[in-house]
Design a protein around this ligand. Structure first.
Ligand SMILES: C[S@@+](CC[C@H](N)C(=O)[O-])C[C@H]1O[C@@H](n2cnc3c(N)ncnc32)[C@H](O)[C@@H]1O
Length: 191
C-alpha cells in the first residue's frame, strides 16, 4: 500500500484551490519544495510570496526557482512571516488564495532556528486577513520536538476561537495517531 505523506496531502488540498494567475504565500520557505509547488500552480500570470528568516534557505530556494524557471512569479523575503501583512503589497490583501506553513526547523540545518509560538500565531492571524474568500491555509505542525509541543497546543486552542461562521478548521492526523505525532491543520475561509 502506498503511504501518502502530509506534504502530499497538503499539496492535494491546495490544488483544489489554486488556479493559474492566483496569489499564494509560502510562509516557511526552507529548501523551497512548497515554493516550487505553489509557483507551478499559479504559473507566470500568478504571484508567490515566500518568507524565511534563514539566508541559507533563501539562497537554496532562489537557485531552485532559477533552475526551474519559476523566478518570474516568485518574490522571496528575508523576513519573519509575522510581518507578511507589511511585506505583501496592499493590492493583494484579501485576494491571496492559498498559504502554506511548515513549522519547526529545516531538516539538515541548525535546529535552533525553529518557528516560535508567538510569531506563528501572529503570522496565521495575518494570513487569515490576507486570505480571499474561499481561500485556504495549511499548517504542518510537529509537536514531537522541543518547542513544537507548546506551539501545536497553543495553535490548536487559537484555531478553536476562530469565528466558525467565517472559517472551517480541520485537523488531519496520521493513520496511527499518537499525542506527539505531526498533524496538518487546514483553515478554509468561507467569507
Ligand atoms: C520545516 S522548515 C520548512 C520546509 C519547507 N517548506 C521546504 O519545503 O523545504 C521551516 C522553516 O521555517 C523557517 N522559519 C523559522 N521561523 C520563521 C519565521 N518567523 N518566519 C519565516 N520562516 C521561519 C525556518 O528557517 C525553516 O526554514
Amino acid at each position: 500500500m502506498k503511504r501518502i505523506s502530509f506534504a502530499e496531502t497538503a499539496h492535494s488540498i491546495i490544488l483544489e484551490y489554486l488556479r493559474k494567475g492566483d496569489v499564494a504565500v509560502d510562509a516557511t520557505v526552507g529548501n523551497g519544495h512548497d515554493t516550487v509547488f505553489l509557483a507551478e500552480c499559479v504559473g507566470r500570470a500568478g504571484q508567490v510570496f515566500g518568507f524565511d528568516v534563514q539566508t541559507q534557505a533563501l539562497r537554496i530556494t532562489r537557485q531552485r526557482m532559477r533552475q526551474q524557471d519559476l523566478s518570474a512569479q516568485t518574490i522571496l523575503f528575508h523576513a519573519s512571516h509575522a510581518d507578511m501583512a507589511k511585506r505583501i503589497p496592499q493590492e493583494f490583501h484579501g485576494s491571496v488564495k492559498a498559504i502554506m506553513f511548515n513549522l519547526g526547523y529545516l531538516p539538515g540545518t541548525d535546529k535552533s532556528v525553529i518557528t516560535k509560538t508567538q510569531t506563528t500565531l501572529q503570522a496565521i492571524d495575518a494570513g487569515c486577513r490576507l486570505l480571499a474568500e474561499q481561500g485556504v491555509i495549511t499548517v504542518m505542525a510537529y509537536p514531537g520536538h522541543a518547542g513544537g509541543d507548546e506551539e501545536t497546543s497553543r495553535l490548536t486552542h487559537w484555531l478553536q476561537q476562530l469565528d466558525s461562521a467565517s472559517y472551517i478548521v480541520q485537523t488531519v492526523y496520521s493513520q496511527h495517531h499518537q499525542a506527539h505525532a505531526p498533524r496538518l491543520f487546514v483553515i478554509k475561509k468561507m467569507n
